[in-house]
Design a protein. Structure first.
Length: 89
């Protein structure tokens, strides 16, 4: 299962910092965490960029439940917000 997260970050936050924060959560079902799209300009202020991040989750133990995914997604959002990211809705 894939879950997308859209955030706005300051230019000084690189993807490697996002990746470290998310991998540091040690989510056993997280198979990959990658940037899908980066956007600058338009409604995104100077010195900032928007990034679409994709987490791929898969369990070796069985089918993932919505409740599990919601908890993990919340932890990912919290880690990215801890870096100063603002989630786009």
């Amino acid at each position: 299962m894939e879950r997308d997260f859209s955030f706005v970050f300051s230019d000084d936050i690189e993807f490697e910092a996002m990746q470290r924060a998310v991998l540091g959560l040690r989510l056993n079902a997280l198979r990959s965490f990658v940037p899908v799209e980066i956007f600058r300009g338009g409604a995104i202020g100077a010195g900032k960029y928007s990034v679409l991040l994709r987490a791929k989750l898969q369990s070796d133990e069985g089918t993932l439940r919505d409740e599990q995914i919601a908890v993990w997604a919340g932890r990912i959002v919290g880690a990215l917000q801890g870096l100063g990211g603002v989630q786009r809705v």
